[in-house]
Write a protein that binds this ligand. Structure first.
Ligand code: THU
Length: 165
């Protein structure tokens, strides 16, 4: 038996002012995106802003549905919108924030596995890692680059062939 250990690395910032200007602005754009959240069932709003290489910023939010599984997380709404319309303009940074009237969020929202898997697909497609800003308005900001920081055991396309290790 061999035991393995995987370490992940992320930075924690106590306040927005500690981030570089462009990242501060992107977190504020993610807050703006909260307004468009359609979340009557969970009452949990998630907002995303993505900064593309050209400077363009895309906004997205979670979209729920009365048939619950038909809804989609904000991250995948953002990523699929990018994939369908802007995939020749690489994503450099993605800011994610959340808000609910029900209680005060005191730590950042970390994306679900399905969103991380989609993120991995597009990091591979654009051949560069994405900087993730997980912004909590009443708490810290967590920053890491590359989806493998959050999901080290991704499913990669090479597993679909016999080329896998
Ligand atoms: N949600 C997101 O949009 N992103 C996440 O990272 C986690 C969860 C949404 C899905 C659903 O609309 C609501 O938050 C509650 O799960």
């Amino acid at each position: 038996m061999t035991e393995h250990e995987i370490k992940i690395n992320f930075k924690e910032y106590a306040s927005l002012e500690e981030l570089e200007q462009a990242d501060q602005q992107l977190c504020k754009e993610a807050v703006k995106a909260l307004k468009t959240s359609h979340s009557p069932y969970s009452k949990f709003r998630v907002g995303v802003a993505m900064q593309l290489k050209s400077g363009k910023i895309l906004h997205a939010s979670n979209q729920e549905n009365a048939a619950y599984p038909s809804g989609l997380c904000a991250e995948r709404v953002a990523l699929f919108h990018w994939g369908a319309n802007y995939s020749d303009d690489p994503i450099e940074t993605m800011a994610i924030t959340a808000y609910t009237d029900e209680f005060q969020l005191t730590r950042p929202v970390t994306s679900c596995g399905a969103c991380l898997q989609v993120l991995a697909e597009y990091e591979k497609k654009q051949n560069s890692a994405i900087k993730m800003l997980l912004y909590c308005q009443q708490g810290p900001i967590w920053v890491a680059t590359g989806v493998e920081s959050f999901l080290p055991f991704l499913f990669f396309e090479d597993r679909l062939t016999n080329k896998a290790l």
